[in-house]
Design a protein around this ligand. Structure first.
Ligand SMILES: [Zn+2]
Ligand SMILES: [Zn+2]
Length: 347
């Protein structure tokens, strides 16, 4: 065959011309000289085709991916190997080097290209919401008829943080831009309602209590007539705490545990375990705090009777002997709680 470009007659032909003439103007890949990538300077999310995606990938990786995405390989190329390299960084511009080895019509060729990737730093919509202190819900941590203790605040802060970290894997608005520390309790501002509800569930798991949601209309979209709501979620943790004494269904119960579904206690008369469903929490009445437990001395004992000193007036009081006190000796100290003028011995 005759090549009309170089006149040779003994070469492999590609269409109307010989392979050498074909390869002269052939490029295996095309890549723009300049590529721009918009990334969020806070979370590294990047903007691609109008959508923000992939947070927290390193800048280098963003550059490599931008190069890959912008390379177009010609159909004739086979077995190609593309090598990407960041030659140098000049501020936010990466000078890159792209090397390709491939086969075209049975001939192995190599080519190199230069390209620069410019990183434009901006703020993604999520981070701008965060910066503006945007929030959809406020969690109000309160205690029923008492103040919240500092250990409880510390525990609550930990629960809020732990839950938000877990939520942030699936919810970009799982953050707490503000904690208002009021006398009656803390208000946790939470980016999304979805995560706020998870946080409240976790708080209830820890402290028990009652959850109430109340939406408040913040503004109205004039064009759609739709309201923008913020949700206030209150969690009221019980007045009683572990080891306190409560009355429930005419029984005096010492609290042993609290979780999101129930209160667990022990009837101090029968020593039987009691489970009170959380939905009956309003029927539980605190009668004595554990701090009101007193200590006294055993002055005598018999198989049926244990005699102690009443710490308030040092009079001798006879109480019914119970199995659990059988191993106590005269002179030993023993704990008691007075409820309704009756003395209960406690372990
Ligand atoms: Zn030719
Ligand atoms: Zn961002």
């Amino acid at each position: 065959m005759f090549c009309p470009e170089c006149g040779s007659t003994d070469k492999e032909m590609v269409g109307d011309i010989c392979i050498d003439c074909f390869l002269k103007d052939f490029q295996m890949i095309e890549i723009p000289k300049r590529i721009e990538v918009q990334i969020c300077s806070h979370c590294n999310a990047k903007l691609e085709e109008g959508k923000w995606s992939e947070e927290n990938i390193p800048e280098e990786e963003i550059i490599y991916r931008a190069l890959e995405r912008n390379i177009q390989i010609a159909d004739e190329v086979e077995n190609e190997i593309i090598n990407l390299e960041i030659d140098q960084m000049r501020g936010t511009i990466a000078n890159c080097f792209v090397e390709v080895v491939g086969e075209v019509h049975g001939t192995q060729i190599e080519e190199t290209h230069d390209s620069e990737v410019k990183i434009l730093k901006t703020v993604c919509p999520t981070c701008s919401k965060l910066q503006a202190g945007y929030y959809e819900a406020v969690i109000q941590l309160r205690a029923d008829k008492r103040e919240i203790k500092s250990e409880e605040y510390a525990k609550a802060d930990e629960v809020v943080e732990r839950t938000l970290i877990k939520q942030s894997k699936s919810d970009k608005l799982a953050y707490c831009p503000q904690i208002a520390k009021l006398k009656e309790g803390y208000d946790y501002y939470i980016g999304s309602l979805k995560s706020a509800r998870k946080v409240v569930e976790a708080l209830k798991e820890e402290f028990g209590g009652i959850i109430k949601e109340s939406p408040r209309l913040i503004s109205e979209d004039k064009s759609t007539g739709k309201g923008l709501y913020r949700i206030w979620i209150s969690i009221r943790i019980p007045e009683f705490e572990i080891d306190d004494f409560v009355r429930y269904e005419n029984k005096i119960i010492q609290i042993k545990g609290i979780d999101k579904n129930r209160v667990v206690g022990e009837d101090i008369t029968t020593k039987k375990k009691q489970n009170i469903p959380m939905k009956h929490i309003e029927d539980i009445e605190l009668v004595k705090k554990s701090s009101e437990i007193e200590t006294t001395t055993i002055i005598s004992k018999s198989p049926k009777i244990i005699q102690i000193l009443d710490p308030s007036d040092y009079s001798a009081v006879d109480l019914e002997m119970k199995d659990e006190f059988a191993n106590y000796n005269i002179g030993d100290e023993i704990k008691l709680i007075k409820i309704d003028d009756y003395i209960y011995l406690v372990n």
